[in-house]
Design a protein around this ligand. Sequence first.
Ligand code: UDP
Length: 356
Amino acid sequence: MKKIITCIGIRPDIIRLSQIIKKLDLYFENILVDSGQHYDYNLNKIFYDQLGVRKPEYNLNIKSGTHASQVAKLMIEFEKALIKEKPSFVVVLGDNNSSLGFALATSKLNIPLVHIEAGMRSKNWLMPEEKNRVIIDHLADLNICYLTEHKGNLLREGINPRRCWVVGNPIIDVVHAVKTNFKQDSPFYLVTCHRAENTENEKNLRIIITFLGELYRKKNVEIKYILMPKTQQMMEKYEINFPEGLNPIPPQGFLEFLGMEKEADLVISDSGTVVEECAILGTACLTIRESTERIDLIELGVNVLTGMDLEQMLSAAEMAISRRREPVTHYGKNIAEKICNILIGNSLNFYKFRER
Ligand code: UDP
């Protein structure tokens, strides 16, 4: 059996990779490496427990820090694991700082690199995630895309088509594999907001909180706001208070949160994974950002990109709530199996495509 390494950076990586890891384990000697970027129980271990993902062989324990210190620490620690394990290839998902560190360390040692979630582009170069995506896609020897338009982005950037594969979105397998556990009879809206472009920007954070306060005044529907520790710190720093009707709650387990997404009358989020899950569930959803890489969901009419204008945000909420629920179907199915299929079929050969 070929030895490979599968890398886990942060919470959504554990979730998205949960089904893929189970499949890879059947056909490869698969070493799991967790960056340790998320280390609280409710941001890390709970997802392993709830999704039945086995304990990683390595935890690099990088914790939080500036962008440079996180990426640097991760590269130093991961390089040691790479040298010891000598994998045939390394699988990395997503666009967070850990993904970048994993990709750089792998590529520097000339070990073949596979990137899942390749080709997404918001075209907003100020986002840290956008820089990470572009760099990882260009380093990767094999790019696995969710949608054809993501492959199109890679081709436009000059990436060899032989390095690009389109398989569908693995989150659909995860949503269908689990049994959620949340029930509430009274109506409610659900909010997650923790991207740097919103929380580290005082103006945007104020607009978002004002919008949620106004929405409650108009609708009189409870708003549950998942409050991440970093967002709480920023709210304290900017002296922003929660208006009436906006109830902060701690980060939830996946089974609870997915259940909330199912039950909510409206989800408001700046998370990429959350908006995809709502599209799969058919839940009304707003993206509270100025740009998005999930253009497919806007075109399908199942998500509104609100921008940061209060009036526009309120109108977008009205429109989303009044819309008929219609789950999307374009993400495909059995994505974990398709990814395995490509890696098994190609694992002996794909590094010959490393010519750029
Ligand atoms: N999630 C969760 N509990 C919460 C909030 C989110 O389990 O309290 C899940 C959510 O269902 C989704 C993922 O975490 O699968 C989204 O994570 P995040 O927003 O951190 O990442 P992004 O999608 O922005 O990369």
